[in-house]
Design a protein around this ligand. Structure first.
Ligand SMILES: [Zn+2]
Ligand SMILES: [Zn+2]
Length: 213
């Protein structure tokens, strides 16, 4: 499975625009799921184009939580692809442009490879992706807390990778068993995570591609 960061506070690849927010494309078994949509539709669509990723090829959109920097680009994307299925946490209001919305409350199987932790306290869901080497967890801002997210994801198997915004997270020892950590977006203590896990932690940024298989 492959994760391409489309929208982030920083850029990794020249030519892409950085802005506060998060979005990444997750590909597994030929299925393309867009996790969150960043803050501004124009930047999301521009970065997708620069990365040669066709919005029409996305079959699912997964929104982590109801904050502007994660669903701000949703309406613009839906204008280009109305046939996409949108997975929203239950606390999120339904976007009028969407044809098919799945309101997520508890843990949910989306497909053979994709699962949701369900909406955790903190009004946020995280994506769980099954790979041959274990699970990869993609999170938006980690408002429920990284420990709670990893615990919920563990219901689906052994977590091996974590990608996304970790906010003010500081309980670094919960990352000890992971093979890949990509703390990006709103992560406040990225430098400490990188220093503590130099072999497994990597920086994010728009254009960064992570392969987990
Ligand atoms: Zn955020
Ligand atoms: Zn947030």
């Amino acid at each position: 499975m492959k994760v391409t960061i489309i929208y982030d506070n920083e850029t990794w690849q020249p030519g892409l625009e950085a802005a506060w927010g998060f979005s990444c494309l997750v590909e597994a078994n030929g299925q393309r799921l867009l996790f969150d949509t960043g803050g501004r539709g124009a930047i999301l669509l521009q970065n997708l184009e620069t990365l040669n990723l066709d919005p029409q090829s996305i079959s699912e959109i997964f929104i982590s939580h109801d904050h502007w920097d994660h669903l701000g680009g949703l309406a613009d994307l839906l204008r280009l692809n109305r046939d996409v299925r949108v997975y929203l946490p239950r606390s999120c209001s339904r976007p009028p442009e969407a044809r098919e919305v799945i309101s997520v409350q508890g843990p949910l199987e989306i497909s053979e490879n994709f699962f949701s932790t369900g909406e955790l306290p903190g009004a946020e869901q995280s994506l769980v992706v099954k790979t041959e080497k274990g699970l990869a967890v993609i999170c938006g801002c980690s408002h429920p807390g990284v420990g709670a997210i990893l615990a919920a994801a563990s219901a689906f198997g052994e977590v091996k990778a974590l990608v996304g915004g970790l906010h003010g997270f500081k309980e670094y020892e919960v990352l000890a068993d992971l093979a890949l950590i990509c703390p990006c977006h709103c992560t406040q203590h990225q430098a400490e995570i990188m220093a503590r896990y130099p072999e497994t932690a990597v920086t994010g940024g728009a254009g960064k591609v992570l392969e987990v298989s």
